[in-house]
Ligand binder design. Structure first.
Ligand code: NAD
Length: 504
């Protein structure tokens, strides 16, 4: 029995049906801003509707922050940082609290999964996986407060010279809609582990799971002001955060265009900036690869989350000898995907997140056709009368110069490009402004090493794809970002190194 079922025990059968459960979960979620440990409406009383992309119906209305609300949130975070309410807490205490947050996320997996599915459209099993991964991030970073060591160094024989790793201060965390709880977790967990205080600006498109996370943080005992959560638009709340004088650090995940704007704004006050931006991954399948493994890995790589992933396996370079067989098998897998109601356990692909995203992806499919792409699967909207459903689509025999191979589509559209030899494919793979992730499929160990080193990407996965782990650093080369999240390197984004030299 799931957590939601448990809570619904004793209610009328209608409440226990899938729509009944959804209503119950929506009714349980906060609709306010979390500022200084208290949930309160926006000062102007403004709200924004969040839409279920499977039904195009309003799920609920949540408070929409403006610059004044953001100012209150930043001041609360500033005060909590300067008071030492969090940074001066014994590291073991911070560790225990982060672990407790992980346990509470695990306890609420069903509720969080349903909120993610309703708000974002990804199938329930995927949403559950995302929520479980958020718990893992908190669990991983709970190990770090007690291990933030400095060093002694031999700078001068007459001195005791050493380093300390200190928190940066108030961190503005800005996240997109494609990982409604994973993205906040990737930022909040390391920021708190290092002793910072934060203002999270949740996505205005999918705010519900982040709001639920706010309740979890309070229940875990995170002191007032240490984590503040606002929902707001990028133009108003986002830019109020990035230009606020009391913010020391910005950690942003989103589009490259907005990342560039944030860097410009942050330069005025020299805020520290970490950016996780767009991608156009190159996945290279050699003719000696285990083809079934390659096609299964890359099908998941491009169709998971309806292709709305920065690391989506969007460019598949397939050796010309196996290109057609690969295309046929990928088309078969795409054709077998069950596109539909994401709350139905049989569904393997849900709708895109919004009307904007739906129009964008269908627009790119049209461009692909116009430029002569051969559609091997999908290529159209789903058969549903309502909802932002787009069929999983496979374009074969493409060219790396085509727009669909150059621009980030952020949808379930695979672009297969045949190649002849290793040098040629490495050049083509690197011929992009992005550099987030890449894949290599081959049975030749030397080639696997050689090509992995030559690909300009922050993560290269060999004979697998999307092997993201809390323990391994993640981030982009080139215009895919600045800095790294996750793992030990993720701590660098949330700490300053101080040198202290004492004359002996
Ligand atoms: P987006 O850039 O439009 O918005 C991201 C966030 O920034 C949202 O919260 C938005 O409100 C806010 N924002 C927008 N304009 C702002 C401004 N001027 N100042 C401050 N904040 C602002 O991106 P999106 O459409 O929400 O998400 C899709 C994009 O995110 C894709 O490009 C995708 O590749 C990228 N992404 C990257 C990663 C990664 O780890 N590299 C992960 C997920 C998504």
């Amino acid at each position: 029995m799931t957590k939601v079922d448990e809570q619904l025990r004793g209610t009328p059968p209608a409440a226990r049906s899938a729509p009944g459960k959804a209503e119950f979960v929506i009714a349980s979620v906060r609709r306010d801003l979390l500022i200084d440990g208290v949930w309160s409406p926006a000062r102007t009383g403004t709200t924004i509707s969040t839409i279920n992309p499977a039904t195009e119906q309003v799920l609920t209305d949540v408070a929409l922050a403006d610059a004044d609300d953001v100012d209150l949130a930043v001041r609360a975070a500033r005060k909590a940082f300067d008071d030492g309410a969090w940074s001066a807490l014994a590291p073991g205490e911070r560790a225990r609290m982060l672990w407790r947050i992980a346990e509470l996320i695990d306890r609420d997996l069903d509720i969080l999964a349903m909120l993610i599915t309703l708000d974002n459209g990804k199938p329930l099993a995927e949403a559950r996986g995302e929520a479980a991964s958020a718990a893992e991030i908190f669990r991983y970073y709970s190990g770090w407060p007690t291990k933030l060591f400095g060093e002694t160094n031999p700078a001068n024989p007459g001195m005791m010279s050493m380093t300390l790793r200190e928190p940066i201060g108030v961190c503005a965390l800005i996240v997109p809609w494609n990982g409604p709880i994973a993205s906040p977790a990737w930022k909040i967990a390391p920021a708190l582990a290092c002793g910072n205080t934060v203002v999270l600006k949740a996505s205005e498109v999918t705010p519900l799971a982040a709001l639920r996370l706010g309740d979890i943080l309070l229940e875990a005992g995170v002191p007032p002001g240490v984590v503040n959560i606002v929902v707001g638009t990028g133009a108003v709340a986002g830019s109020a955060l990035t230009s606020h004088a009391m913010v020391d650090k910005i950690s942003f995940t989103g589009s490259t265009a907005v990342g560039m704007e944030i860097q410009r704004v942050a330069a005025a006050t020299m805020k520290r900036v970490s950016l996780e931006l767009g991608g156009k991954s190159a996945c290279v399948v050699f003719d000696d690869a285990d083809l079934e493994n390659a096609v299964q890995s890359l099908a998941a790589g491009i169709f998971k989350n309806q292709g709305q992933l920065c690391i989506a396996a969007s460019r598949m370079f397939v050796h010309e000898r196996v290109h057609d067989a690969f295309a046929d098998r990928l088309a078969q897998i795409a054709g077998a995907i069950r596109l539909g109601d994401p709350l139905d356990p049989q569904t393997t692909m849900g709708p895109l997140v919004s009307r904007t995203q739906y129009d964008r992806v269908l627009g790119y499919i049209a461009v692909g056709r116009e430029q002569g792409g051969s559609v091997r699967a999908g290529g159209a909207r789903g058969p549903q009368e309502v909802g932002y459903f787009v069929q999983p689509t496979v374009f074969a025999g493409m060219d790396n110069a085509m727009r669909v191979a150059r621009e980030e589509i952020f949808g379930p559209v695979a672009c297969l490009i045949p190649f002849r030899d290793e040098d040629d494919v490495v050049d083509q793979a690197n011929d992009t402004t992005y550099g987030l992730a890449a894949g290599v499929f081959t049975r030749d160990l030397s080639r696997a090493h050689r090509v992995s080193r030559r690909l300009k990407a922050g993560s290269v996965w060999v004979n697998t794809y999307n092997a993201v782990s809390p323990i391994a650093p993640f981030g982009g080369f080139k215009q895919s970002g600045v800095g790294r999240e996750l793992g030990r390197y993720g701590l660098d984004a949330y700490t300053e190194i101080k040198t202290i030299a004492i004359k002996l």
